[in-house]
Design a protein. Structure first.
Lengths: 134, 134, 134, 134
DNA sequence: GTGGTCTAGACCACG
DNA sequence: GTGGTCTAGACCACC
């Protein structure tokens, strides 16, 4: 674990639920290479203390990440970033993402966002997150 | 309104609230050209009957769409698709869509969806929805 | 939140809907500095009890204010005065206010209110509400 | 009556009730000098035909304008623009306008509209409507 | 505890 | 007929 290195960004003023923010933040850290496969993440209690939030909330985030094959908990040892590259694709959740993209495009069009803009943003995020899965 | 032509699809099993599904459905119908500027949408009561839901729920959806400058409602007359005047862009909502796109990209990468796939889907939706605002 | 300090005034005899009165009252409290960024407003249930109205009505007011970027609500935590980030101006609503001002001027003229009076009132309100966004 | 000269502008796509639009439109025409004291306005039936609206709606507008001392109906002769300059000021309605101005200022401040902008708009409308009551 | 969604039903304003 | 407001009360998600 890179411990102090990796900082989770929780915006307490955001309307997004804390646990979802935590989930996203960890996913982003992995894509950025701040966390890599095998790294240990702080324990629920430790993370809760660090982020000044309820352990139940952290626990919920970890559970979600375990469900999504992003983290794995080994009893008595801790929680770790999972090696993910050679997993079969989860086609069900992929379809859900596709559906969400469609909704996003619909809303974008109504906001007068051009396809060009959307593409540019997407490519920007790609750069930001690293060209390939770390 | 084209009456029988336009069909709203509500999935009562979805976790997405009915009113949000209705909002999206109407937005999509507009982009598809099924509904065009000036068309009257079914009355709150009529739509509620059709979708087997409470009029208040339909009303909420219409209210959201009115707020987003998609519909206008005229008391005593009905609810209509708004003429797409040259409205100033709603930069606040645009930023929110951009943020949602970033989250979507993060999740896509974790699901081993390539950028290429995402782009292809996006272009597909573009076709499907009509190249330009109808 | 300053608790007892801030008092919301609802006139049940007014023809203006309760929820709109509540919206205005909170906006005024913010300009007055009675409520400042980050403050928690009373919970929906608490406010409803205080004002002797239905929680749904309070909720509607909060929802409007959230939509107008005045409040943020965090599920499970409460509703808060939004930090006044440098948000882009909402040009659509600005145009609507301009239109309402024109109507108000028309009616003022018919009531034999001079422009001078209108200006004086406006400046008075400016003082009353604090020269700058608190 | 200037008959053909004066055109009432009703926007059927506006969310503002027809009768209110009609009231405002006539008030504006008077300030502009398009209608002056003593002019006859079209009969309810005639106006309804011209505007393609329900006579009841026109009737309601005329009633409002009579209540506000803007029009006067003489049985068997028609409806006329009233001489208004030497009427006592209606202090009750003046207070209501003052209250509406306050609300408008509150909302303007939240929309980041400067007092300067508001003043400029007001002066602009003054010009547009003619410097003095016609 | 917090807010969000949904239903059911009353009453009012506009056309 | 249309939509808007308000109440009452159930059930769910987040913390």
């Amino acid at each position: 674990m890179k411990g102090a290195d990796f900082v989770v960004r929780i915006n307490k003023a955001s309307s997004k639920p804390y646990y979802e923010q935590l989930v996203l933040s960890i996913k982003e850290d992995i894509l950025n290479g701040v966390l890599t496969a095998g790294d240990q993440v702080p324990s629920v209690r430790e993370m809760a203390k660090r982020l000044l939030m309820n352990p139940n909330t952290v626990s919920k985030a970890y559970k979600v990440l375990e469900n999504e094959q992003v983290l794995v908990t080994i009893k008595g040892k801790g929680t770790f970033v999972k090696v993910t590259e050679d997993l079969p694709r989860d086609e069900i959740r992929i379809l859900q993402v596709k559906e969400r993209l469609k909704e996003l495009v619909i809303e974008a069009r109504h906001l007068q966002i051009s396809m060009r803009e959307l593409s540019d943003w997407m490519n920007g995020f790609e750069q930001e997150l690293g060209g390939d899965l770390q």
